[in-house]
Design a protein around this ligand. Structure first.
Ligand SMILES: [Zn+2]
Length: 421
């Protein structure tokens, strides 16, 4: 972690140095390229002294500026010029570059990196200071990440994107992919060794090297031989939703899992909990998650039980349409307003994970019952698709689907850039 912070810090300083080298040159006459080149070259010569610093924990900006060579009077005037700066919100560790002419004892420019893509330049002219904000541009492109499941989705994402995406971006992409498929696939339970995925997503890269993942545009998942494609589609009647290859909504009457994929302890990945066991042992599915993790109703319904259920501990039971009943056990508590008779909506937080009743540790015990019998959720909740697209959108959707799916046909693993925006 510490090394990571150091590296990010270095990126910031390099970016700042670059921004500095470009920005610390005096304003140029617009068309005169030759003059510009000379001035840039001069900036790299020892005409200027460039000092990099960072704001210490609990340190004031005033103290930092004094350390950089500004007198008390100038500190006051420079801070007055920093109108866009909220002095109470300056983060400790903020990188600062201070530029002084070799022939001068007083700095002529101070650049503060307010965030990964925002700089504030304070420039001196005589004894007065002026502030200018600068927004550094992010580069956005579209990438395809392809992977094969060896143990779980996180490991597969790491194996194929490690060199190209930082850890946080890989995790974000795994979560987004799980969200797209949350009505069809329980990413913590349904994946098998050899399953394959491809995901087309937007990526933004900051000048500092920071990466932010954007929308998933399309994806394809090969699960035990069957393929589920998902394409994001928007029109006058549809607002950016996902549809499968047949044009049916990726949404359905039930979510495949009562916990969001991002909330499930990744330690256990897609494997069975070593102590709690699989479905056959006790006719339920256990999800390892920490106490207090929100539990969501997997479908619309009415609460039929919310209280103590001996071995189940705090137990919530919901009646859904078509004779489906779901049970959620070992809860630490119920969400406010959830009691017998309450109507709950799909995805609504209804309770929180705990370890009440006969539980060896915090986890959620989940059951699906049909006609009073526990069923394997992998079978009971298997869904082939939601509402089809309106007829008027079909041809536009099919064109988009064919174009996107063709663009990711190539079997190469890893990260491939598809387009630069
Ligand atoms: Zn259980």
């Amino acid at each position: 972690m510490k090394r990571h912070i150091v590296r990010v810090g270095l990126y910031c300083l390099v970016a700042l140095a670059l921004a500095g080298a470009l920005r610390f040159t005096p304003p140029l006459p617009e068309p005169d390229r030759k003059a510009a080149e000379v001035l840039v070259a001069q900036a790299a010569t020892p005409t200027w002294k460039l000092r990099f610093d960072t704001l210490g924990r609990g340190e004031s900006l005033q103290a930092l500026l004094r350390r950089g060579g500004l007198t008390d009077g100038e500190v006051a005037s420079a801070i007055k010029a920093a109108t866009s700066l909220d002095a109470r919100r300056i983060p400790a560790g903020m990188p600062v570059a201070i530029k002084t002419a070799a022939t001068d004892s007083l700095p002529s420019e101070v650049t503060l990196q307010l965030s990964i893509d925002r700089l504030l330049h304070l420039r001196r002219s005589g004894d007065s200071w002026a502030g200018t904000d600068e927004q550094l541009p992010w580069t956005t492109d579209t990438i395809v990440v392809s992977g094969t499941i060896a143990s779980n989705l996180y490991d597969a994402m790491d194996a194929s994107a490690k060199g190209d995406l930082p850890a946080a971006a890989r995790q974000q992409l795994a979560w987004s992919l799980a969200d797209v498929y949350e009505y069809r696939v329980d990413m913590s339970r349904d994946l098998q060794v050899g399953d394959e995925f491809k995901v087309v997503a937007e990526r933004s890269v900051a000048p500092t090297g920071a990466v932010r993942m954007g929308k998933v545009i399309a994806a394809t998942f090969k699960l035990s031989g069957s393929i589920i494609d998902a394409v994001r589609f928007a029109s006058e009647s549809v607002s950016g939703q996902y549809f499968d290859q047949t044009g049916k909504s990726m949404r359905a009457a039930f979510l495949r899992a009562p916990l969001e994929f991002r909330r499930i302890s990744s330690v256990f990945g897609g494997r069975e909990h070593p102590i709690l066991g699989g479905w056959r042992l006790h006719k339920g599915t256990d999800y390892a998650a920490s106490t207090g993790t929100p539990v969501r109703a997997i479908g619309d319904g009415v609460v039929s039980r919310a209280g103590w259920g001996s071995g189940y501990g705090n137990l919530l039971e919901i009646h859904h349409r078509n004779g489906y009943v779901t049970r959620y056990g070992h809860l630490s508590r119920f969400a406010s307003g959830v009691h017998v008779g309450s109507h709950v909506a799909i995805g609504q937080t209804v309770a929180y994970v705990g370890s009440t009743g006969l539980a060896t540790g915090p986890h959620l015990h989940f059951e699906v019952l049909i006609g009073g019998q526990q069923r394997d959720p992998r079978v009971a909740l298997k869904q082939s698709g939601g509402e089809p697209l309106p007829k008027t959108d079909r041809s536009a959707f099919e064109q988009l689907r064919d174009r996107l799916l063709a663009s990711i046909e190539t079997p190469s693993l890893g990260v491939v850039r598809l387009a630069l925006h």
